[in-house]
Design a protein around this ligand. Structure first.
Ligand code: THU
Length: 119
């Protein structure tokens, strides 16, 4: 949570003003990410996806946990696209936190039932 909260300060969210910081544990290491927005709105990238991308770049593959920090109350939950990403890397648990100490936590099956896969 500390790493995700610190990362949140670096979020690039001039359009939505909704700043998001994520920290993921992959292969035992922690990687951070922030949301990066764009004037072409559909091109915005979520914090959790950027954190996973940082882990993949470092060679990590097993996603063990995800913590996402926002200022939303109640805490927000992952968008549909991120749910598909989280499924791809077979996460155990994703937790969303806010500054008031509120949290929501999800297991994989709750996030994306009847998942689409190439198999
Ligand atoms: N966003 C995230 O980074 N993670 C989430 O789980 C939800 C949404 C970002 C995308 C966009 O930059 C902003 O929040 C508003 O949707």
């Amino acid at each position: 949570e500390v790493r995700a909260r610190a990362a949140q300060q670096s979020a690039y969210a001039p359009y939505s003003k909704f700043r998001v910081g994520a920290a993921v544990q992959m292969d035992g290491q922690i990687f951070e990410g922030v949301n990066v927005e764009n004037a072409s709105y559909p091109m915005c990238v979520c914090a959790e996806r950027n954190a996973i991308a940082a882990g993949v770049l470092a060679g990590a593959r097993e996603l063990q946990a995800v913590t996402v920090c926002t200022d939303a109350s109640p805490p927000s939950s992952p968008c549909g696209g991120c749910r598909q990403w989280l499924y791809e890397f077979r996460l155990d648990r994703v937790t969303f936190r806010n500054r008031d100490g509120e949290l929501v936590s999800y297991a994989p099956g709750e996030l994306l039932p009847d998942t689409w896969d190439l198999d």
